[in-house]
Design a protein around this ligand. Structure first.
Ligand code: HEC
Length: 153
């Protein structure tokens, strides 16, 4: 009988330790998984902004020789080109680092997926390309732009 009681006590202790360990270890593992997912999202967003959408070509200011001002990426810029025929054309690309003025993250994702701006503002004009990204890409671009907010640097 004594040995059965001892066995039960041991089993209970083991269960308690296992419970404590999974609870304790589970949290950092979950946090690490989320951190890895966010890192991957930011890298994908950076790729879309710099390599695919080429947002920087229009939205990043340049010096007199046309070289990018590296610490001012995506802070808005007058466009260094103009159309050769009459057409709708907006000659300045606004700041989008840290998200454009008046946009929430949800607004930005929605805009990239539909072209619809917040507060019922009219659609953007050329030369802003009318992107229609899927949700994954739109959220990645949004997360990347958000990460460029001065406070987040
Ligand atoms: C060929 C030049 C060009 C490229 C490339 C470009 N943009 Fe633009 N973008 C503009 C211009 C010009 C405007 C202003 C259009 C207007 O006001 O109608 C604009 C407007 C915007 C707006 C609207 C801001 C507001 O206040 O409503 C957002 C958001 C935006 N761009 C994001 C992006 C993103 C993100 C990318 C890359 C995925 C990108 N743009 C690529 C030229 C460009």
């Amino acid at each position: 009988m004594k040995s059965l009681a001892a066995l039960l006590v041991t089993a209970a202790s083991v269960a308690a330790v296992v419970f404590a360990l999974t609870t304790y270890v589970g949290q950092p593992v979950e946090a690490a998984t989320q951190a890895a997912a966010q890192k991957a999202r930011l890298e994908h967003g950076r790729y879309l902004v710099h390599q695919l959408g080429l947002c920087i070509d229009c939205h990043s200011p340049r010096d007199q020789k046309g070289a990018f001002l590296e610490d001012k990426h995506l802070t808005g810029s007058p466009l260094p080109f103009a159309p050769t025929v009459p057409m709708p054309f907006v000659p300045v690309a606004p700041k989008i680092a840290g998200l454009p003025a008046g946009y929430t993250a949800a607004d930005m994702t929605h805009f990239l997926m539909t072209g619809e701006r917040p507060n019922g503002r009219p659609a953007v004009l050329p030369p802003m390309p009318p992107y229609r990204l899927d949700r994954r890409d739109a959220e990645a671009v949004t997360a990347y732009l958000q990460s460029l907010a001065p406070a987040a640097k």
